[in-house]
Design a protein. Structure first.
Length: 68
């Protein structure tokens, strides 16, 4: 793992998102760092890939996001 500050920003965001989704019973199996942007050095944090999910997971995600 890199110790570049921008990498830590993305890893912390990824961890926070996984935790928040899990709190709603949602798992996105493909949720991870976007490897090409993680490997590059563009001066910005690497992208996070949300990935694919089933229709049921998409509906649970939409429901969780719609809550105030």
């Amino acid at each position: 793992m890199s110790d570049h500050v921008n990498d830590h920003v993305s890893i912390e965001a990824l961890t926070a998102l996984r935790t928040a989704l899990a709190g709603h019973g949602i798992t996105l199996p493909s949720l991870d760092l976007h490897l090409p942007s993680y490997a590059g050095r563009y001066g910005t944090p690497p992208l996070i890939t949300l990935g694919n999910c089933s229709a049921a997971t998409a509906q649970r995600l939409a429901t969780a996001l719609a809550k105030p």
